[in-house]
Design a binder for this molecule. Structure first.
Ligand SMILES: NC(=O)c1ccc[n+]([C@@H]2O[C@H](COP(=O)([O-])OP(=O)(O)OC[C@H]3O[C@@H](n4cnc5c(N)ncnc54)[C@H](O)[C@@H]3O)[C@@H](O)[C@H]2O)c1
Length: 408
């Protein structure tokens, strides 16, 4: 069976490599030539545990080829971006639509298009089906559509690709059986076949559920701060209840999933959503709250200038190099609005300069600041905790336990 994976980013690339390493004939397609060139040289385009080895295995298998356009195949897997439109909050489905049109221009009759990109419920009916129908009327080709959303977590992608259950949304059970076989080539998790709209909705609400839970924890952090309670101890004790599972507060929510997908529901159901909208607003407000805490802690320690403060971590979560929508970038944006500048920034995973006053050397960064704000719980800072002695440390992630720190 021939598989064409379209979009070789954080999701498409591990999927393509896993399939090739497990015996499927895979062609990976991306519009960006630099991505194809890097993979051709045997180099990874982002850092992720186990990916270098998987890339070598996929290349050595002889099952992987690369192309800057879609090619003839039996199954097409689309993993292109799905951002939201900032004003309407609705999904911006233009990348998915273009990828589907690209596929339709070359795919053989009877082939299957499986959309892995996260889409809002109804996107396939409203955006993709009309394109398929138009194509069927013009060419006579009957193409099957499916939605197989991805739920892996950066930092533990390969374990989760192999072990998570998969939702397979289809119109026709025989397509579901075929896709079970394709994904079963590398995935040991349960395959749950359902209808397409249920698959769309479940993916979006899984992330929305987590966003609301984090917003709840962030609100608890503020309540506890006002009346001098330790939010981490409060949550730890509450979570001993057999039916309570509160997530941790933090400096905000970033990444391409949790901080984006709930907006799709806000955009599509504005007259119904309430908790979902407010959870998003609470989490988007959190970097501003961190700034307020920075200012309080500076005053308490007679630190006069923002130039004496350093933000540790620019990624949206620990031990990855993905900075999309990260709380640190959100915080820097707020500062820019007030023309406040000079705060120093360092992240061991970001080896190129993204923002002003960014350091590439940890020791120089430490030397130049009196106060460190830990925005990301990379293993690197936990392992180097001792080097923070003598600094004022504000730990927004509650990850440092061997030194005295300020908390949210
Ligand atoms: N990153 C995650 O952790 C994660 C987790 C689960 C689901 N998702 C979802 O998966 C989808 C992809 O996310 P990602 O993080 O991999 O995005 P990404 O930006 O890392 O990768 C997308 C790739 O698609 C390519 N592309 C865009 N249009 C194309 C086209 N027409 N033809 C060929 N290539 C094209 C881009 O060049 C890019 O390399 C999104 O819908 C996202 O919400 C992401």
């Amino acid at each position: 069976m021939k598989i064409n994976v379209i979009g070789l980013g954080y999701i498409g690339l591990p999927t393509a490599l896993s399939m090739a390493a497990n015996g499927l004939n895979v062609i990976g397609t991306d519009l960006k030539q630099d991505i194809l060139d890097t993979i051709k040289k045997g180099k990874m385009t982002f850092q992720e545990k186990g990916m270098d080895e998987l890339l070598s295995k996929a290349r050595e298998s002889g099952n992987l080829s690369l192309s800057d356009r879609c090619v003839e195949a039996d199954v097409y897997i689309i993993s292109v971006p799905t951002p939201y439109i900032k004003i309407s909050k609705k999904i911006d489905s233009k990348y998915v639509e273009k990828a589907v049109r690209d596929v339709l221009s070359i795919c053989p009759d009877g082939s299957v298009i499986a959309i892995e990109s996260t889409v809002s419920p109804g996107t396939i009916d409203d955006v993709v089906r009309p394109v398929l129908e138009e194509n069927e009327n013009e060419s006579g080709k009957k193409i099957h559509i499916a939605h197989v959303p991805e739920r892996i977590i950066p930092g533990n992608m390969l374990y989760e690709l192999r072990n998570n259950s998969r939702t397979i949304g289809v119109d026709d059970p025989s397509v579901g059986e075929m896709l079970k076989e394709v994904y079963g080539s590398f995935c040991m998790g349960q395959m749950i076949v359902t209808d397409i709209k249920t698959a769309e909705m479940t993916k979006v609400i899984e992330n929305t559920y987590r966003d609301i839970n984090i917003a709840f924890a962030n609100e608890l952090a503020k309540i506890c701060r006002r009346d001098n309670m330790d939010v981490y101890e409060v949550i730890r004790v509450a979570n001993m209840h057999p039916r309570v599972n509160i997530l941790s507060p933090g400096p905000g929510v970033g990444g391409h999933c949790i901080s984006v997908d709930p907006w799709f529901l806000v955009g599509d159901y504005p007259d119904i959503v309430n908790i979902i909208r407010h959870a998003r607003l609470v989490n988007d407000e959190q970097p501003r709250y961190v700034l307020e805490r920075i200012s309080e802690i500076m005053q308490e320690n007679s630190i006069q200038k923002i130039e004496e403060v350093g933000l540790y971590g620019m990624t949206y979560k620990e031990n990855v190099d993905d900075t999309r929508e990260s709380p640190t970038l959100q915080l820097l944006d707020y500062m820019k609005q007030y023309a406040a500048k000079g705060i120093k920034v360092y992240d061991p995973y970001i080896t190129y300069n993204m923002v002003p006053d960014q350091y590439q050397n940890f020791d120089s960064f430490l030397n130049d600041v009196k106060m460190i704000v830990v925005m990301v719980a990379h293993d690197h800072i936990i392992n180097n905790c001792a080097s923070l002695k003598g600094k004022v440390v504000f730990d927004t992630r509650n990850c440092l336990h061997d030194i005295e720190t300020y908390k949210l």
